[in-house]
Design a protein around this ligand. Sequence first.
Ligand SMILES: NC(=O)c1ccc[n+]([C@@H]2O[C@H](COP(=O)([O-])OP(=O)(O)OC[C@H]3O[C@@H](n4cnc5c(N)ncnc54)[C@H](OP(=O)(O)O)[C@@H]3O)[C@@H](O)[C@H]2O)c1
Length: 206
Amino acid sequence: MAGKVFFSVSMSLDGFIAPDSPGDLMGQQWMELQQWIFPQRFFRENLKLGEGGEEGRDNDIARETFERTGASVMGKRMFDAGEQMWPEEAPFHTPVFVVTHTERDPWERPGGTTFHFVNDGIESALDRAREAAGDRDVRIAGGGATILEYVNAGLVDEFSIALSPVLFGSGIRLFEGVDAGRVALEQIRAEPSPRVTHVTYAVRER
Ligand SMILES: NC(=O)c1ccc[n+]([C@@H]2O[C@H](COP(=O)([O-])OP(=O)(O)OC[C@H]3O[C@@H](n4cnc5c(N)ncnc54)[C@H](OP(=O)(O)O)[C@@H]3O)[C@@H](O)[C@H]2O)c1
């Protein structure tokens, strides 16, 4: 059976998922946005940040999100930012399809991550990701522009947001330009942890 198409992001309380400039990714707002995940044992292991870390519901959610993902799709700006920051063994361990106008040969990393650069649109990238994922799910990893394209095309089944207690004021707003007349949401789950609130929605056609 084919898996679901989903995304899972951290969002500020005022609706932003990243600062305006990729150069600010190590800045204070970004650190506050992602503060729930950095101490988690699974995250630390996966990014080779060292042993130990917190265990609990936040850690389980990080692990479950990773384990359900058979392939990812991402936009070129997320890839560009990640290329600078991920360790040599990139933290996906599955194929990743980068939607982009840039032509580039596949980039294979140790540990099972291969980045494929897809130049013929979001549907083609998703077809390839579904095939690679088998019966696991496809994660639209980000960023905002790419997630929005998939939402507006009616191609997302479900999404989760870790709602962080931080205000950005400006930046990349997750739902800027959403086709609101088309998308209806059904809440599946809401789980507070001491650090953030995790909310999960199924996406339905209106
Ligand atoms: N808060 C979170 O959990 C989270 C999660 C993921 C990412 N992020 C952040 O999100 C930011 C990036 O998001 P973003 O919205 O700026 O950009 P993005 O969605 O990552 O990338 C957009 C770029 O992808 C390429 N692209 C997208 N759709 C395409 C299409 N149909 N055909 C061809 N190329 C296409 C284009 O680049 P080219 O024209 O150059 O090819 C486009 O400029 C990063 O700062 C990242 O850290 C946050």
